[in-house]
Ligand binder design. Structure first.
Ligand code: NAI
Ligand code: MG
Length: 491
């Protein structure tokens, strides 16, 4: 089973930025309040962080508005915006070790993942959008009559960005990259569990030359700072990643100002293993697709559909992988799995493990807490899961895999689609027709064939149904930060 837990060392990481970053200045919250951010591996307080609320969001929104309407940002050439984004990416790359360590400290993800997974994706995303800044074009349209008609793609304005704790730096890059390339200014509220790397990125952005007010970061809680962002009349758009229940609140709270909304929400993504698949590759894909990031991925392949005829050999391979996963000190370079983010998430995952057992699924691997300190949970597999069980329906957001079996393709597609979610799906097969038929018929925003979690800044990502609105990444992700203006000239 997942190995013994070594005591997570407290690395000597300097925490320099814990205040609100508003209009280029580091400031305490107007209320003077602070909140603690914790190391989830040790449950120790890392730092006290300014607890922003409506008053701070108001200052940030005004600064962002000024920078957008009349500041240097509004006059800067698109190409120079792109150059600043390139410089931000370069500066982050120069400090990748330090940023990865800070991310691991605040979030608990293994240092190898922060350094070799998250950081390269952050840098790549910023560079991808840096190159887009001067390629945002309108079109000329042949309308009836003697007119010249053309369109302009203009920035939507001030973007309010609210992100979760599972990929703090990467979510910051996904939000900042397209917004800044498009010419927007930003009011960001990072997750209360993980504010540190986003604040550090703001400091680096200032260092490389982003003008005051272009990027503002207000740490704080959802119902206060988050809700104030959503309601603020000077903010034009909200980009949110998190739970669909929060997205519903945001939809209601933004109704008055009719903000543009993009949502990237949860999932219960089907990952399908056909009998003709390369079973070693599929087992590896099922393993990574679920356990990556402690299972705290919106697109986790958490409903694994295995064709009945290969169930035994396949489950043997997969169980061996899960049982050998190394859980422990996230600062140990050999560690593959760290702690869940906090007590709430730990309790949620353990509740589902109990529920799986009481609903009659078979606990094949794991199921227990690891150690007594920190929110560590064993990689867990349930098989004999049926569609109606809560572990087959709800997003668990932890290292818990539910295995279902199927015999027939029509049945498979019906069951794969029998969910409120629609973020991702995958299929493992050597049969091209089966793969493409599944890709066409599954109701999900991303489909992976013979791979899982293959991400690229150029490929749009987002959900059907309760998994979201709109897309991030790619050109579509950029367009979500623009308005289309039609100009007609009488000739
Ligand atoms: P959440 O949706 O409550 O939090 C995400 C962000 O939204 C945080 O910055 C939070 O402060 C903010 N927020 C919360 N309430 C708000 C409000 N009323 N107005 C504006 N902003 C608000 O998610 P939470 O509570 O951290 O996790 C709950 C569940 O959501 C998880 O167990 C998981 O199932 C899902 N989740 C999905 C994520 C994804 O990547 N799609 C990421 C995080 C959580
Ligand atoms: Mg919440």
């Amino acid at each position: 089973m997942s190995s013994t837990l070594t005591k997570a060392e407290k690395p000597s990481i300097k925490i320099e930025h814990t205040q609100c970053f508003i209009d280029g200045k580091w400031e305490a919250a107007a209320s003077g309040k602070t909140f603690a951010t914790y190391n989830p591996a040790t449950e120790e307080v890392i730092a006290e962080v300014a607890e922003g609320d409506a008053a701070d969001i108001d200052r940030a929104a005004k600064a962002a508005r000024r920078a957008f309407d009349s500041g240097p940002w509004s006059k800067m050439d698109a190409r120079d915006r792109g150059r600043l984004l390139y410089r931000l990416a370069d500066a982050i790359e120069d400090r990748a070790d330090e940023l990865a360590a800070l991310e691991t400290l605040d979030n608990g993800k293994p240092i190898s993942e922060s350094r070799q997974g998250d950081l390269p994706l952050v840098i790549d995303c910023l560079r991808y959008y840096a190159g887009f800044a001067d390629k945002i074009q309108g079109s000329t349209i042949p309308i009836r009559g003697n007119f010249l008609c053309y369109t302009r793609r203009e920035p939507v304005g001030v973007a309010g960005q609210i992100i979760p704790w599972n990929f703090p730096m990467l979510m910051t890059a996904w939000k900042w990259g397209p917004a800044l390339a498009a010419g927007c200014t930003i009011v960001m509220k990072p997750a209360e569990q993980t504010p540190l790397t986003c604040l550090r990125m703001a400091a680096i952005a200032q260092e490389v030359g982003f003008p005051d007010g272009v990027i503002n970061v207000v740490p704080g809680f959802g119902p206060t700072a988050g809700a104030a962002t959503v309601k603020h009349p000077l903010i034009d758009k909200i980009a949110f990643t998190g739970e669909h229940i929060t997205a519903r609140i945001i939809t209601r709270d933004s109704a008055e100002s009719l903000k543009r909304l993009t949502f990237e929400l949860g999932g219960k993504s089907p990952n399908v293993v056909m009998a003709d698949a390369d079973l070693d590759a599929a087992a590896q894909g099922a393993y990574i697709g679920l356990y990556l990031n402690q299972g705290q991925c919106c697109c986790a392949g958490s409903r694994l559909f295995v064709e009945s005829s290969i169930r035994e050999p396949f489950m043997e391979k997969l169980s061996a992988l899960a049982a050998a996963r190394k859980v422990g000190d996230p600062f140990d370079s050999q560690t593959e799995q760290g702690p869940q983010i906090d007590q709430n998430q730990f309790d949620k995952v353990m509740k589902y493990i109990d529920q799986g057992q009481s609903e009659g699924a078979n606990l094949l691997v794991g199921g227990k807490r690891v150690g007594e300190c920190g929110y560590f949970i064993e990689p867990t597999i349930f098989d004999n899961v049926s569609d109606q069980m809560s572990i087959a329906k709800d997003e668990i957001f932890g290292p818990v895999l539910s295995v279902l079996t199927f015999d027939d393709k029509e049945e498979l597609i019906r069951r794969a689609n029998d969910t409120f979610y629609g973020l991702a799906a995958a299929i493992w097969t050597r049969d091209l027709s089966t793969a493409h038929e599944f890709a066409a018929r599954v109701r999900a925003g991303t489909v992976w064939i013979n791979c899982y979690d293959a991400f690229d800044a150029a490929a749009p990502f987002g959900g059907f149904k309760l998994s979201g609105h709109g897309r991030e990444l790619g050109e579509e992700g950029l367009r979500a930060y623009t308005e289309n203006k039609t100009v007609t000239v009488k000739l």
